[in-house]
Design a protein around this ligand. Structure first.
Ligand code: COA
Length: 330
């Protein structure tokens, strides 16, 4: 078995910033309501002709590559975790082309807000079994395209962004990806979805279907209950399998959905609030991007030290949730 460790991270957000005040001019809400219930103050939204999730993903990737002066040709595999591709056949190949990583195989991974955790775990498997040496994992989403901006129960929550991590093979003793625990509950697929709906038939004699994807639909209360009940169990199971106690971790980095969810999970695990990594006040819920975006910001602030234990957990549509435990290697 080889080891795997995160070598560098990068992130990118669009320039347009929409604060709660602006949202309250579109729907009946208020800054106070949004901040109290979610912790979100503003979010970024991608605009511009032909601008897509790939542009954000490419920018985040190039920043990560530049930090370690890595040539894109050294990348063996690109995993693009996104639920808002600009091509349903996949957008990872466009990312490969845009950053000039011609030697890399590239594929999309669709797992909504758990996408980055699943991406890290998938990358670590390819590395630890010796298949690949350098893997680029990107979490990127532009859910603003799928928001119903007249639905106040969802439009306040989401924002656009991208975060990238380069994971590299290393000796077993330097392994930084210690363990994981993953789950899916498909029975609850409709609690949070962007569903395809058929709305017309395009031939008189044969019922050839034609439809389109609709807006984000969410049962907010159920998703909240799911997150605060299931995520602590996943974290605990993962930590137990590694003989690490919740008190021994240095940082808790959850998918940035809601400040109340982060606090509730930390409370359940008796993890002190000063170990929570959070930046959701500035970006809202950026889906697959939220974890790498927050990780990259924390690293830029030099908050994370060599050998720190970071427990990372994602959760969201699917429903899917999971944990990966990292030992940070500078
Ligand atoms: N502004 C003002 N009032 C709003 C509102 C808004 N943006 N959205 C809903 N309300 C109203 C509701 O209509 C309701 O009014 P009523 O009591 O008159 O019926 C009231 O506020 C309470 O609504 P409720 O849905 O019970 O609020 P809540 O405390 O559950 O908070 C969420 C709503 C969406 C913030 C919360 O459920 C949540 O964060 N869920 C998890 C969502 C999530 O993280 N999804 C992504 C996971 S990856």
């Amino acid at each position: 078995m080889q080891g795997a460790r995160i070598l560098a991270t990068g992130s990118a957000v669009p320039d347009l910033c929409i604060n709660n005040q602006k949202i309250s001019e579109m729907v009946e809400t208020s800054d106070e309501w949004i901040v109290t219930r979610t912790g979100i103050k503003e979010r970024r939204v991608l605009t511009g002709i032909n601008k897509s999730v790939v542009d954000l993903a490419a920018l985040a990737s190039i920043k990560a590559l530049n930090k370690i002066s890595m040539d894109p040709l050294e990348i063996d595999l690109i995993i693009l975790a996104t639920s808002s591709p600009n091509d349903l056949f996949g957008s990872a190949s466009q990312l490969q082309y845009q950053i000039g990583a011609r030697n890399a195989v590239a594929f999309d991974l669709t797992a909504a807000c758990s996408g980055f955790v699943l991406g890290i775990v998938t990358a670590s498997q390819f590395i630890q079994n010796g298949s690949y040496s350098n893997v680029l994992v990107v979490g990127a989403d532009v859910l603003s395209k799928w928001i119903d901006w007249s639905d106040r129960s969802t439009c306040i929550l989401f924002g656009d962004g991208a975060g990238a991590a380069i994971i590299q093979a290393c000796s077993e003793k330097d392994n930084g990806i210690l363990g994981f625990q993953l789950n899916t509950d498909g029975e609850k697929f409709d609690q949070l979805s962007i569903a395809y709906k058929e709305n017309k038939k395009i031939h008189k004699e044969w019922p050839l279907p034609k439809g389109e994807f609709k807006h984000i639909q969410m049962n907010g209360k159920e998703v909240y209950k799911f997150a605060v009940s299931k995520v602590p169990i996943s974290i605990l199971n993962c930590l137990n399998s590694l003989n690490i106690s919740p008190q021994d971790i240095n940082w808790m980095l959850l998918h940035q959905a809601n400040k109340r969810i982060l606090s509730a999970v930390a409370d359940k695990l008796d993890i002190s609030s000063n170990k929570i990594i959070s930046n959701l006040n500035k970006y809202g819920n950026t889906s697959a991007a939220s974890i790498p975006l927050a990780l990259d910001e924390a690293l830029q602030k030099n908050t994370i030290d060599h050998n720190d234990i970071i427990v990372i957990a994602g959760f969201g549509a699917g429903l899917t949730w999971g944990t990966v435990v990292i030992k940070w290697k500078c």
